[in-house]
Design a protein around this ligand. Structure first.
Ligand code: SAM
Length: 219
């Protein structure tokens, strides 16, 4: 990671948490997440509050089973498993192994819910015990000095999320980003104009690559 993109503060705030990749990379910092999708909030609350033993006691799933067959009492545990039944879900994850998992689970055990993934999460889960998450809108973030990693759904292409770009007023979001105190990093996709973004990186997806752009400020 380029030096200027490293967190300059002890507190990281991600007002559009999703899978919180930036915070995971700097997990030892204080982390405050805000997320509008209740399923994702339940998942993070489950992970933040779980011990390695609780993760290791989660059931595995057969390729012909539905997640409801596992009779999980915690909705967050159910969401965790559901997100591992497919690859990269922006919308609601499937309730049973999808066709891709059925075809590839044996060959790629590190990509789907199974012993490998369950053990990896169990080994790492203590590292986020000190994190906090709230269910809400990005504007509910605390007004404090921090490193702000702001990664909303893309203005143009981000409509497939359960809580997507169609529900966001980007002019209002731009004002919010400019008002955040501390170090501010805002991600978007090429073509977005709601802040003066500059090219940052090219990411390669399974089918096409994408030009990521960034706006950063220290205020
Ligand atoms: C592009 S994703 C974030 C990706 C994240 N940086 C990661 O590493 O996975 C955007 C996230 O913002 C959430 N979201 C959408 N509108 C929101 C809002 N108004 N307030 C808070 N979160 C919102 C979506 O549910 C989604 O999880």
């Amino acid at each position: 990671m380029q030096l200027w993109a490293l967190p300059a503060h002890g507190l990281i705030i991600e007002p559009f948490a999703g899978s919180a990749c930036y915070s995971l990379r700097h997990h030892e910092k204080q982390v405050f997440l805000v997320e509008k999708n209740p399923g994702l909030v339940a998942l993070w609350k489950f992970l933040i509050g779980s011990t390695p033993k609780q993760i290791r006691s989660l059931p595995l799933i057969r390729l012909d089973q539905e997640v409801a067959d596992l009779h999980l009492s915690d909705p967050g545990a159910e969401m965790l498993i559901r997100y591992w039944l497919a690859r990269g879900c922006a919308s609601d994850p499937p309730t049973q192994p999808n066709a891709w998992m059925v075809k590839h689970a044996k060959k790629y055990p590190g990509c789907f819910w199974g012993v490998t993934i369950r053990e990896r999460i169990a080994r790492q889960v203590e590292a986020i015990r000190h994190w906090q998450i709230i269910e809400g809108d990005y504007e509910d973030s605390p007004d404090v000095e921090a490193t702000w990693f702001i990664d909303p759904p893309y203005q143009e292409a981000g409509t497939s999320y359960k809580c997507g770009a169609d529900e966001i007023q980007f002019e209002t979001l731009a004002k919010f980003c400019r008002s955040c105190r501390g170090q501010v990093l805002v991600c978007e996709n090429q073509g977005a104009t709601w802040l003066p973004f500059v090219p940052f990186a090219i990411t390669k997806g399974t089918r096409k690559s994408s030009q990521e752009v960034l706006w950063s400020a220290k205020q």
